[in-house]
Design a binder for this molecule. Structure first.
Ligand SMILES: [Zn+2]
Length: 111
C-alpha cells in the first residue's frame, strides 16, 4: 500500500512524499525547506486561503470531489481567514480559527 502524507499547510492528506526539503505539496504548492523558510505554516495557510485555495499542481490532478474548504475544516488546523467559496457545491462555510462550531452546508447542484 502506498504511503501518503499530510500537508501541514493545507491539510491535503494524499501527499506522495513526506514533508522534507525540496518536496512540494501538489495541493497548495508549498515547497518545504523553501516556502516555509522563515514563514509559518499558519501564514502560508492564510495566504493560500486568501488566494481562494486553488489547486496547485499542473501535473497531479486534484482528487475527485476535492474540496479545499472541507479539507481545512476537517483538519482542525488553525486559520483566521474566512473562506470565500467560489465552488458551487458550497453555499456557506463558516470557520474561525480553531472553532469547533465550524459549519459547512452542502447542497447538491446535480440535477
Ligand atoms: Zn499543502
Amino acid at each position: 500500500m502506498k504511503r501518503q502524507f499530510m500537508c501541514p499547510v493545507c491539510a491535503f492528506s494524499e501527499m506522495p512524499e513526506p514533508v522534507a526539503e525540496g518536496n512540494i505539496c501538489p495541493c497548495c504548492g508549498t515547497e518545504f525547506g523553501y516556502d516555509d523558510d522563515g514563514v509559518s505554516y499558519r501564514q502560508l495557510r492564510d495566504d493560500w486561503v486568501a488566494a481562494n485555495a486553488p489547486w496547485f499542481s499542473p501535473v497531479v490532478d486534484a482528487p475527485i470531489n476535492w474540496n479545499p474548504w472541507l479539507q481545512l475544516l476537517f483538519s482542525e488546523y488553525d486559520y483566521a481567514m474566512r473562506p470565500t467559496p467560489h465552488r458551487n457545491d458550497i453555499v456557506e462555510t463558516t470557520a474561525v480559527g480553531h472553532s469547533v462550531d465550524a459549519e459547512v452546508r452542502l447542497c447538491s447542484t446535480a440535477a
